[in-house]
Write a protein that binds this ligand. Structure first.
Ligand code: ASP
Length: 344
């Protein structure tokens, strides 16, 4: 059967069949290596990962390097420069997962610069998957990580002081639609996340997934979580199956947005399972978003969740509840920021 005939039959078939076969590049050659990451500040993150991927390094090393890069930056939502919780403490969540379903994570860890590397140590050196709080910090120190001073970055200090005036926990929907936040971008550079002047809560987790030159998938996530959260709150980001999931047969996915909603549906595991059923990365993300919206339509109007997925062929796609989610892609062919489609 030639390609045109096959596509015509696909278009006439049931919606599920059509959806599965609306994959634009079902017939395209595999794109690898490739790395995709959440938000526009995924561009420098991808560049770091690409140094490893383009020299035949592993997807695992690439995603760790990418995540470490942003952990070094002053960013509202990742690393020790991020916004604190309501007690003024910066608590970090991170996880990493490879092509053999090895995974490690840390949650609510304080004063450690590279939680993603601690997560990798948990994966490689312990029989466990997730360490939290003081125990995670103790493990990090025992493994040679430095305990950093407990100070807020200047932007975090400003935002926290502003937040304290009302002390209301009101996450806002992150809008990063390239045109938005011009003023902030002037101050913070082209890939800076959109900071809100009045200190309202923003979120901008870094999640990245990569396919390396031998065809293995891996992923990593790193975040300071929702700003001004309750002390001890853990979001989706360090939870395997919520903020990140990798299956070397089906694909890999990551998420950003209101973590509680992602955890409720085991978001990235769901996306990967949809890819296993044959859906394109974009359709798989869309179906997971629909699951969230269906549960509580009214609530979904007030929050944002974005999923980003990559399959074994190097096809990628994203979907969000609201407008404003963007993601970055780097391969031999592309080095771009894409706007995600959205449901509402
Ligand atoms: N998903 C993160 C969390 O709930 C927040 C974000 O994406 O920025 O902690």
């Amino acid at each position: 059967m030639n390609r045109r005939k096959f596509l015509r039959i696909g278009a006439l078939a049931s919606p599920v069949f059509a959806a599965k076969n609306s994959l634009a590049n079902n017939f395209n050659p595999i794109t690898k290596p490739i790395v995709v990451s959440t938000w526009a500040n995924g561009m420098p993150v991808n560049a770091e990962a690409w140094k490893i991927l383009s020299t035949n390094g592993t997807a695992l090393d690439a995603v760790e390097a990418g995540a470490m890069h942003i952990e070094n930056e002053i960013d509202c939502c990742v690393g020790l420069g991020g916004y604190p919780d309501r007690d003024g403490k910066v608590t970090l969540d991170s996880c990493i997962m490879d092509h053999k379903a090895n995974c490690g994570a840390v949650a609510c860890i304080e004063r450690i610069k590279h939680p993603v590397s601690v997560a990798r140590k948990v994966m490689e050196k312990t029989p466990h998957v997730l360490l939290v709080g003081a125990g995670a910090q103790q493990f990090a120190v025992e493994n040679g990580f430095t305990l950093e001073p407990e100070v807020l970055s200047e932007p975090a200090k400003k935002a926290y002081a502003e937040w304290l005036k009302k002390s209301e926990y009101k996450p806002v929907i992150n809008i990063e639609n390239m045109g938005a936040g011009k003023e902030q971008k002037k101050q913070n550079g082209p890939f800076a996340p959109a900071f809100f002047d009045d200190g309202t809560v923003n979120h901008d987790t870094m999640g990245l997934v990569a396919l390396d030159s031998v065809g293995n998938l891996s992923g990593a996530v790193t975040t300071s979580g929702m700003a001004f959260k309750l002390h001890g709150r853990v979001g989706d980001s360090p939870i395997i199956g919520a903020g990140l999931f990798v299956d070397n047969e089906a694909g890999a996915a990551t998420s950003t947005g209101t973590g509680e909603e992602v955890i409720r549906i085991c978001g990235t595991h769901l996306v990967v399972e949809f890819m296993r059923q044959g859906y394109s990365p974009e359709m798989a993300c869309k179906k997971a978003v629909e699951r969230i919206v269906k549960r509580d339509k009214a609530k979904a109007q007030t929050l944002q969740v974005g999923f980003l997925a990559l399959n074994k062929k190097g096809q990628y796609g994203a979907y969000a509840i609201q407008k404003g989610f963007v993601f970055s892609v780097k391969s031999e062919r592309e080095n771009v920021v894409h706007q995600s489609k959205f449901l509402i």
